[in-house]
Design a protein around this ligand. Structure first.
Ligand SMILES: CC(C)(COP(=O)(O)OP(=O)(O)OC[C@H]1O[C@@H](n2cnc3c(N)ncnc32)[C@H](O)[C@@H]1OP(=O)(O)O)[C@@H](O)C(=O)NCCC(=O)NCCS
Length: 206
């Protein structure tokens, strides 16, 4: 029998037609930091979400790239099955005297059967909370411009932040930023230098 824990919540109810007791385990989703032992789960989630190997391979290389550290790698589980993954890697500002602690969100992946259940949003929110606690000032993402603004991201180019590779005008809104410290936007600007593994033109084309 299952023991209720923080990852599963037991609900006792009586099924009216048969007047019998049933135990239903509505196991909540939970999120935790991924460890080295989770690598296969992480790569599988990436492959299933994107339907190809490219992003899984990027994640594999980023996780062992010293220039990506410190990184934040979070896995979302449902019924103890890994269904979502998000990775934030370190970046820095160049071509400026400004300093700020910077992170890039790439990639975010939810297994197709578990999409549109809020899991992507929960991973973003948890990631931003943890990064904020560790003193990160700015988080960037190159992604769907209709999706990330739901979680506080704004177009970054207009705010003075250039991507590692120039983004064509028609996709300018896909390069986004979110400040985790009040006042940081407007006081710093510059070009973002990402981790070596991510620093390839193919990752910066929409
Ligand atoms: C994009 C993705 C991460 C969203 O995760 P998710 O858990 O399904 O998203 P959430 O449940 O938090 O949010 C769902 C909402 O986002 C919208 N949404 C999902 N993908 C979207 C996209 N590509 N563009 C715009 N909106 C999108 C859904 O339509 C839904 O809208 P609704 O609430 O109005 O119904 C997920 O669909 C995924 O892994 N896709 C494949 C890989 C990918 O594209 N990753 C992102 C790279 S930038």
């Amino acid at each position: 029998m299952l023991t209720p824990s923080k990852s599963n919540v037991a609900t006792l109810f009586i099924k009216p037609d048969k007047n019998r007791l049933f135990l239903s385990y509505n196991r909540a989703m939970h999120i935790r930091e991924a460890t080295d032992l989770d690598l296969n789960d992480v790569l599988l989630v990436e492959r299933l979400a994107f339907g190809q190997d490219k992003e899984a391979e990027l994640v594999r290389v980023l996780l062992s790239d010293p220039s990506a550290k410190p990184f934040l790698s979070l896995l979302a589980f449902k019924d103890d099955k890994a269904v979502g993954h998000i990775l934030f890697t370190t970046a820095r500002l160049t071509k400026t005297q400004n300093t700020a602690l910077i992170s890039i969100l790439a990639p975010l992946a939810i297994v197709p059967d578990f999409q549109k259940q809020g899991i992507g949003g929960r991973l973003i929110e948890r990631g931003l909370q943890l990064l904020s606690k560790s003193g990160v000032d700015l988080v960037f993402v190159l992604g769907h411009p209709e999706y990330y603004p739901r979680y506080g991201f704004k177009p970054a180019g207009y705010l003075g932040f250039e991507a590692p590779y120039s983004i064509p005008d028609e996709h300018a809104d896909a390069w986004m930023v979110q400040a985790l410290r009040p006042g940081v936007i407007g006081s710093v600007s510059g070009t973002i230098m990402c981790a070596d593994a991510l620093n390839k033109p193919e990752y910066w084309r929409e």
